[in-house]
Write a protein that binds this ligand. Structure first.
Ligand code: ADP
Length: 301
């Protein structure tokens, strides 16, 4: 097959591993920087150009679109979908997963467990918002944050009120979430490929820290997940319409709770922690499903 990987940088671990896996399995592969791709939208025959040349019609496209380039990146992916390429994850599903409010609303509608969560634009009554999610201690998150930055644990009602006031004063988009204390500073990353959890790791925060992000000094290890955790992760990916997803879970007294569903999960942490060749499993998923125009939406969404 002729496969394109949409990635800003060939040298990134995940991109390198996907290139390797494609080549090992006998495919032609090209890494394309989405921001350097331009498109002919108006004509009846959709085209994409890169560095002065028209790109061929790929059999499949692997999107590795960073959060900061979602808008343009999904437009480029949509263009490839219109040209008939099979997208590993569809542009519509990626856009959906990048909108945290929409994702959580969709997951809750389908009965997927998640921490009690409140969203607000600029409420008159911060104390009612706090009460709504069960009171302090609680977690306040900036929607734009990644790698644990902008995730704050407010231990008391007073602390929660002042942090919320400060964030709202800055016109930041925030969410307020029940603190899952019994998770013990750990979360579970499940890598879902084609309706199965193919690898799972536990991330444990440093002592004295509740955020388990590896960038915040957390450590990763292999973990055996329960059937309920497996079912929750698979269901969350399905609800989002993602063939490949990194589903982050917290272990709570009332079962697994989904924190986030990531449409471009990094491979380095999970492959290192589990020793599994996730990149090849992703390429095998493409081999199984790639046929011209085999998308649910053909980029129409
Ligand atoms: P980011 O997307 O920036 O990584 P997360 O929402 O994943 O932010 O939060 C970072 C970390 O903080 C999580 O990996 C988890 O360990 C911890 N955490 C987040 N939300 C909660 C919560 N409601 N209860 C307990 N711990 C949480």
């Amino acid at each position: 097959m002729n496969i394109a990987i949409l990635s800003r940088n060939k040298k990134l671990y995940s991109t390198r591993r996907l290139v390797e896996a494609c080549e090992q399995r006998g495919h032609e592969v090209m890494v394309i920087d989405v921001l350097r791709t331009y498109m002919d939208i108006a004509s009846s025959k959709p085209q994409a150009h890169f560095k002065g040349e028209a790109l061929p019609t790929f059999d499949a496209v692997i999107p590795r679109i960073g959060a900061s380039v979602t808008f343009y990146g999904t437009a480029v992916l949509r263009q490839f979908e219109m040209m008939g390429a099979y997208p590993l994850n569809e542009s519509v599903a990626i856009s959906r997963s990048r909108d945290k409010l929409r994702s959580m609303q969709l997951l809750s509608r389908r009965g997927v467990g998640m921490p009690n969560t409140g969203f607000a634009n600029n409420p008159d009554d911060i104390s009612d918002l706090i009460k709504m999610v069960g009171g302090a201690p609680l977690v306040i998150k900036l929607l734009e944050g990644t790698q644990g930055i902008g995730v704050v644990l407010a231990e008391t009602q007073k602390a929660a009120e002042s942090v919320l006031e400060a964030f709202m004063g800055l016109k930041a988009n925030i969410m307020v979430q029940e603190y899952i204390k019994e998770a013990g500073g750990a979360d579970i990353r499940c890598l879902v490929v084609d309706g199965k959890v193919v690898a799972a790791m536990k991330r444990q925060a440093m002592p004295g820290e509740f955020r388990s992000n590896l960038h915040r000094g957390g450590s990763a290890s292999i973990i055996k997940i329960t059937p309920a955790e497996r079912a929750t992760a698979v269901n969350a990916a399905k609800v989002m319409g993602l063939n490949v997803a990194g589903v982050d879970l917290l272990r709570s007294e009332r079962g697994p709770l989904v924190m986030e569903v990531n449409s471009s999960p990094g491979l380095e942490g999970i492959e290192t922690a589990t020793g599994k060749d996730v990149a090849s499993m992703i390429v095998q998923c493409i081999e199984k499903h790639a046929r011209p125009h085999n998308t649910r939406t053909r980029g129409k969404g």
